[in-house]
Each structure stands twice: as C-alpha cells, then as structure tokens.
Ligand binder design. Structure first.
Ligand code: HEM
Length: 476
C-alpha cells in the first residue's frame, strides 16, 4: 500500500512539474504580492504541511516560513494560492475583518449542510450565531451545570472506577459526546444514540478525507452518515414540535424551534435548525475532549501544578455535603484549573490553524492579498512567540492571571477572536472544570505509554489514545 502511495505521489509530482514548466512563461504575476513561492501547480506546499501535521512539526513548519519570509507570505495549499499571516496585528485583521469569513470548502459543506454557521457571513451569520448564543450564554449554562455534573459522575463510575488502566482520548470523546447529545438533542443512552455516535465519527472522518464520492471511500461514508444524522434530527424536531408545552430550555432543538421574531414568525428555518444543531457536535465534541486529554497528559508529569489544582478542588469540596453536585458558584472558584486549561491550549492549540477567504483585495503589511485567495492564521505564531509569551515552551498557568495587561490583543487565540470567537467556549469551560474536579479529587495517574508524542489530524491526538495507569485516591 505504501509503495502504491509513493508511486501515485511520484506521478502527481511529475505531472505538476510538466504543467509548471509549460505554464510559467505565460503567467503574469499581480503586483505587490507577499514573498514566497506558490511551488508546483496543484501540489504547492501541500505534501510538506500534511507531513508536518502527521509528525507534529507543524509549529516548526510555520516558524521556518515566518523566519524566512516574515509575517506575511504566500504559498499554495490544496491547489489554491494561500497567504499565511502571523502575529497579533494579523490575528486582529483575521478575526475582525468582514472581508475574511471562514473558508469552508464545498465538499465539507456537503457534509455539514449549506446553512451551517461556518459557511455563512453577514446578516445570516449574525442571525444564526445570535440563536446559538441564546442557548450557550452563561445564564443558560447555569441551568445545565447539574446535568453535566450528573453525566460526568456517571461516566467516571462506569468507565474509570475500579480500573487500573484506561485509555483517555476515547473515553473523553465518549463523555463529551454524551453531554452534547443530552443537552443539544435531548438524546439519552440508547441504540439510537450509539448509531448517532457512529455517524458523527464518520462525518468527522470525511472532513479530512480525500473528497472522492465513490463506493467504499471515507468521503462517501461520511455523506451517507450525514444524511442519516440529518434524518434523525428531523425526526427529533417533529417530536419536539408535537410536544405541546415542551420547555424551550430543555435542549437546543426545542430552544431553536421556540424562537420567534417580532412578527411571531419562527426565526430559523427547519434546514437551518438541523444544520446548526449538528454544529455543536462537530465543533464541540472533539475539541473539548482533546483539551481534557492533553490536560491529563500534562498533569501526569507536573506534580506541582497537579497539587495546586487538587488543593483548589479540595477547598471547594470541603464546603459541600457528600454527593452534592457542583454549582455555578463552585465553577467560578476554579480559577487555577481554568488557567491550566488555557496554558494547555496555548502550548497545544486544539485548532492550530484555520482558513479564511478574501472576499475582495486586501492590503496588509505593505502587501496585497488578492480577492479569492485563501488566508491562513495559525495560533502557534503568537502562542510560541517569546516576545509575547516569555520562555514559550515552559508550562506556566500564571501567564493567564492578567493576560490582557501583559500581552497585545489577539495574542492568545485558542478560541479564536472577534465576532466569530468560539460561541462554545463557556460551555467547554463548564465541561472541563466539572470533569477535572472529579478526576483530581478521586484519582492520580501515570502515563503508561513510553512514546509520549502526538500527531495532528488535524486536531492533536496522542499516540495510542493516551493509555494511563490509575490509582484511586477516594471512592466517587
Ligand atoms: C476546548 C474546546 C474548544 C475549542 C478549543 C474551540 C476552538 C474554536 C476556535 C479556535 C474557533 C474559531 C475558528 C476560526 O476563527 O476559524 C471556534 C469556532 C467555533 N466553535 Fe469552538 N472550540 C471549542 C469548543 C466548542 C464547543 C463546545 C462548541 C459548541 C457547543 C463550539 C462551537 C463553535 C462554533 C459554532 C464556531 C464557529 C463560530 C462562528 O463562526 O461564528 N466550540 N472554536
């Protein structure tokens, strides 16, 4: 198989070189483009960046480029001319310019649905985002703490208690999947939920697969899974509509169905509700589970940070009766734990880079970014810049005590920034804090895998899913 892949790569490269030689004389280069080469047609720098993702050296890949060409450079990715922008000023442009909405390729839209929030901009984006935020705002999250607390405890009792070894990443994925299923779709444990979990996995796999819609391809499986997931959600929506008096706070679908404008009309169409109910699962399930996995990975080898965290959680537990669930106020006292989460995200950003598309020509840093080009931002350019975060490789949660007074705006971008900043940040925070509370109070752990490395596809994924050895401190 490896041999076959090498032959295909060789043929594609040879074909690209021929096209390049035939066409280069005719090309006229628009003026004032950023420095850098677009490389070979079709391939550009795609193979280099994919390899860097795989061996987890993508930070160096970006760093080398920025070192060579400066904070604005051009290259070519997935057959499209692309500009890499780096630094706080570039991040500000990326997050605040209305000329740079996210770039969602058509093949991803086929999986996510045309009306998904990531593919929209302008008024449509604001309307959908406003509706999602109504469900994800702190006043609403307060109502879910109890439910999330119950899900976390149930998960730990079922999957961690009494075990001497566990594999963290798949368990964290199961936990965040169950939490989102309950809160977003009102789906409790059942065969239907298991089938839905399988379909969500296929959809995610299709987002990073070669987009060829032929039998037996990952992409074809992903499209089929998306159709099944959509049918399931349409069914849930019909049920919720029929349930007279269903509380709009019960789950996201009931909430979106209940929203009315000033004329009493439903704010979102059925297609918009289906597409955007799926988004929290796609954008929120792998991200939050990955962050928790990497916190567990780090804490295994940082006893000082773990001890400070454990102390924070013991103090909170001291004021509670046995078995009493956590409250919103308890979460607000977990400041150190959230700094540990932020520092983990700084060093290992779950979203390391993301694409925008230039809707018009844009001037930046003395260069022109032509209309229609892809623009890429990368979190590591600022997260690992020693002039912004001194000794960037050192794990130091205290950096986040007073971040806004010590770093320029848009330096820490683990959740993005501007009007498209992650709307699920506070929801992710509740999940992380509740889970960490029970983990550090009841368990200690050691990494069982000697090879403590990770790959990116594109979210970071520890080798072998992070197996650990567990010791129980106290019963749950
Ligand atoms: C640790 C967990 C999470 C991380 C690190 C994270 C990170 C991010 C980042 C970096 C962006 C901006 C991407 C860009 O500008 O290109 C983003 C956007 C988004 N995130 Fe999250 N996210 C997390 C959890 C969640 C959760 C739990 C949800 C849903 C409940 C969610 C829903 C979204 C949505 C809908 C967007 C697009 C917003 C828009 O375009 O207006 N995320 N996230």
């Amino acid at each position: 198989m490896d041999y076959l892949l090498k032959v295909v790569a060789l043929l594609v490269t040879a074909f690209a070189i021929v096209i390049h030689l035939l066409t280069r004389a005719k090309k006229s280069c628009p003026a004032n483009l950023p420095p850098g080469s677009l490389g070979l047609p079709v391939i550009g720098q795609t193979l280099g960046i994919l390899r860097a993702m795989h061996v987890n050296s993508v930070d160096h890949w970006f760093g080398d480029r920025i070192g060579r060409y400066g904070p604005v450079s051009k290259f070519s990715l997935f057959g499209k001319p692309t500009v890499l922008l780096a630094g706080p000023a570039a991040n500000k442009l990326m997050f605040f310019s209305s000329l740079l909405p996210p770039y969602v390729p058509l093949f991803s839209q086929r999986i996510l649905g045309e009306k998904n929030i990531l593919s929209l901009y302008g008024d449509d984006h604001r309307r959908i985002r406003g509706a999602l935020m109504e469900f994800l705002k702190p006043d609403m999250l307060k109502l879910y703490v109890n439910r999330i607390d119950a899900e976390v405890r149930h998960h730990l009792e079922e999957n961690w208690a009494g075990r001497t070894t566990v594999t963290v990443l798949p368990l964290m994925k199961r936990l965040t999947f169950n939490i989102i299923s309950a809160l977003v779709f009102g789906l409790e444990a059942s065969a239907v939920r298991d089938a839905f979990a399988h379909d969500v996995g296929c959809m995610l796999a299709g987002m990073i697969a070669i987009p060829v819609n032929l039998p037996f391809t990952t992409f074809r499986r992903s499209l089929k899974a998306s159709q099944r997931a959509r049918r399931l959600l349409e069914g849930i929506m019909r049920e919720k509509k029929a349930e007279q008096g269903d509380s709009p706070n019960k789950n996201l679908i009931s909430h979106l169905l209940s929203m009315r404008d000033e004329h009493g009309e439903q704010v979102l169409t059925h297609e918009e509700i289906v597409d955007n109910s799926l988004i929290p699962m796609i954008a929120g399930h792998d991200t939050a589970s990955t962050l928790m996995t990497f916190m567990i990975r780090h804490l295994a080898n940082d006893p000082a940070t773990l001890a400070t965290m454990a102390q924070e959680h013991e103090e909170i537990a001291r004021n509670k009766a046995d078995g009493e669930p956590l409250t919103w106020v308890d979460l607000s006292n977990m400041k150190f734990t959230w700094r540990v989460a932020q520092e983990t995200l700084r060093i290992v950003p779950v979203v390391v880079a993301s694409f925008k598309i230039a809707l018009d020509d844009i001037e930046f840093g003395g260069y022109r970014i032509p209309k229609g080009w892809q623009v890429l931002w990368t979190a590591s350019a600022t997260h690992m810049d020693p002039s912004i975060f001194p000794e960037p490789a050192k794990f130091d949660p205290s950096r986040f005590e007073n971040l806004s007074s010590t770093t320029p705006p848009c330096s820490f971008v683990g959740f993005g920034g501007g009007p498209r900043i992650c709307p699920g940040m506070e929801f992710a925070k509740v999940q992380v804090l509740v889970t960490m509370h029970y983990l550090v109070r009841h368990f200690t752990w050691k990494l069982s895998c000697k090879e403590n490395t990770f790959t990116r596809n594109p979210v970071p994924s520890p080798r072998h899913g992070l197996p650990i050895q567990l010791q129980h401190k106290s019963t749950l």
